[in-house]
Design a protein around this ligand. Sequence first.
Ligand SMILES: Nc1ncnc2c1ncn2[C@@H]1O[C@H](COP(=O)(O)OP(=O)(O)OP(=O)(O)O)[C@@H](O)[C@H]1O
Length: 584
Amino acid sequence: MLRRLYRIFAVLLSSQTPRYIGLGCGALLAGKLSAEIVFYYAGRLPSEFYKVLGDKDLKAFFPLLLRCMAVVAAAGTARAALDYGAAALGVMMRSALTTYTHKRYIRARAFYETVSRGTVDNPDQRITQDVERLASSIATILPELLIAPFLIVYYTVRCWSMAGPLGPLAIYAYFVAGALSTRAVMPPIIRSVYYQEREEGNLRFQEVRITEFAESIAFFAGEDRERAAADAALGRVIGVQHVLLRKQFWLGLITQVFSYLGATVSYAIIAVPIFLGKYDSKTGSELSSIISMNAFVSMYLIYRFSVVIEQAKKLTDIAGYTARIVQLWEEVDRIEDTEEQQEEDEYDDDTRIVAENVTVSTPSGEQVLVSALTVDVVAGRSLIITGPNGVGKTSVLRTLCGLWRPAAGSVRVPRRELFFLPQTAYIVSGSLREQLSYPGQQRGDNGGSVRVCGDADLARLLSAVGLAQLVGRISSATGASGADHLAYDRPYPVQFWLKVLSPGEQQKISAARVLFWRPRFAILDESTSALDAAAEANVYQALVDAGITLVSVSHRQSLLKYHHMRLDLLPQGQYSLAPIPAIV
Ligand SMILES: Nc1ncnc2c1ncn2[C@@H]1O[C@H](COP(=O)(O)OP(=O)(O)OP(=O)(O)O)[C@@H](O)[C@H]1O
């Protein structure tokens, strides 16, 4: 827990905003100190009232009343300002932690491997909800913990001077007992916070699936099944929440008892010098004032300690969130380490994809899909991969693309010259221009030049894939008017694009993207499966005319003529590779 927490703070202080976070902590500490001075004066007021009222001193009463109002106003302002400062610091910390996580996680291979291996549950929830909760919890307890040493020293001295050494000693013993009791109940709570977050993530995933697959579920009339699954996920969250609440009950009981016990301890402490006769010379009103002042000082010292003990509950939350976030970072570290060990030599032959004696197996290594695959895809000689369902066609593509490591043998891929088209087209938010220019920069061109589709290219590409009418349709769907080139840059959310484009049209957008980028190789995983025969032929012809070498997976015989070689995958890891005779 401490090691992981250290890593969180190291990231916070080395982020791009460390100055702001450092300044924020400093400002909060200064604010808290000044607020404590105001609270000290507010705390003294009852003692002064005891004295003034006990002596029936009318002359001193009104100035005291005025001072009281001024102190109350200052204390109120200080508390509100502190709450604001802590919340703002929480937001800054969230920004720093999320930016760091994005930088580490959304990068080549890291997110893909994390998601496809599934070793870390719900990474999205960890990045959004867990980071937000961690940042706000840290920001809430930080000022309390930072100020605690100063206040404890100050009030220890004050308490000693009024009640002798026994006073602070009794309070320290009281704190040690409180801390030990809370420590005993903390570890099971940390585990429960972790499990609760995991189940929250699973519930959210279930709800998101209903939104994402609303149409399929509605067609299947699968509402009962989905409701049962959502209720089951909810049941697991509620179950863990009840367990957590029961465990937190014991922690709450200890902290509450200790905070109420504080009042009794404070009176017991002042009782000692009173009964020993230290204050025998004082008048009645002076003694009440001393009792009140001592009660305030020792109560405040106890309160400070109970605040520290109370932070135990928040610390358990913090430990739970910290575990979830740092686990994700550790998974990314592990993936990066493996990457470094397996670092390949730079492959600079842009004209071929070569697989030599490759074993393709599933990521866990359990299932060997293809053995001893040797294939050389030379630019200009397209390859089609065929075979029955589940034989491993997509897996071979993943291996040829470099997404999966071969279990044996070697694969050399000109990554910058490769474009992948999945079966389900990937549609992004933004304008039509951004849609066709996705991802906006050349593969491997990290932070480099951005390339966007020009107006003339846009019109040409849309018509090449049979989407010439698209701009007009979008304009009438949205009621927007104006020239086509203006419509190219109107941004729309993903949901809009998914509504306005049928699955076949989404595949056409995907094909237009390849035509825009014109890579040397395009990998097509049944990426025209939703097109009618004429549209599919049209797209394939456009790709061939653009001089792009294809590596396709398809069950359709009609596509053989666009390729030069056929790799037929057979059961038990066998395959046959043969040239496709040209049709004369
Ligand atoms: N990420 C993965 N983890 C574990 N097993 C996987 C993974 N991806 C695929 N598999 C397994 O590999 C086998 C081959 O899958 P693949 O998608 O490559 O087949 P395919 O030939 O493309 O099938 P289809 O024709 O139905 O698209 C499947 O039986 C599946 O169980």
